[in-house]
Write a protein that binds this ligand. Structure first.
Ligand SMILES: [Zn+2]
Length: 167
């Protein structure tokens, strides 16, 4: 993984392109461990002008997380983009879509990319229904869960699965 940081001070005015690849380590740096796996390509364009820069981020890839319903693996595609303006002056960095930095400061896209990717994912993460409207959740997993709910005891096979998840 290459850190999504752009050193812009030596860049000429005009359009520049950068590519980054994000994996699990990127999210671990944010103490975010909901993803079992992930692979996201980030294409960045930077338009440099005298007093400001326009940065556009395009994210494409996938994350694997746990289904909220059946608790088995769920792959979600990531396909999102956003842009913001970088100004070489002092300002309030809470302002949306404007980043204020000094002339010689690098642009660290980490926080922007993290927010962008997390916000692009659905709040409720479940396997989608098929064309007949039937859930595509893992049926055996749902059965174990049902049993667990009813009896408040854990099927040993289910427990083994849970342990696998935690490793
Ligand atoms: Zn599911």
């Amino acid at each position: 993984m290459n850190k999504p940081v752009i050193h812009h001070s030596a860049l000429d005015f005009g359009l520049h392109e950068f590519e980054f690849h994000l994996d699990n380590d990127f999210f671990k740096d944010f103490d975010y461990d909901d993803f079992l796996n992930c692979s996201i390509d980030v294409a960045v364009t930077l338009q440099k002008e005298e007093t400001l820069m326009t940065v556009t981020m395009n994210c494409n890839g996938f994350v694997v997380t746990q289904c909220d319903r059946c608790l088995s693996d769920l792959q979600l595609n990531v396909n999102t983009s956003d842009s913001f303006i970088v100004k070489f002056e002092e300002g309030d960095n809470e302002e949306e879509n404007i980043m204020y930095i000094s002339d010689d400061e690098s642009i660290d896209l980490s926080q922007s990319l993290f927010d962008l990717i997390i916000m692009s994912l659905p709040v409720r993460k479940v396997h989608p229904d098929d064309e007949n409207g039937n859930s595509t959740c893992a049926p055996e997993q749902l059965m174990f869960l049902e049993q667990y709910k009813k009896h408040d005891t854990i099927d040993p096979r289910w427990e083994a699965l849970m342990n696998l998840k935690e490793e």
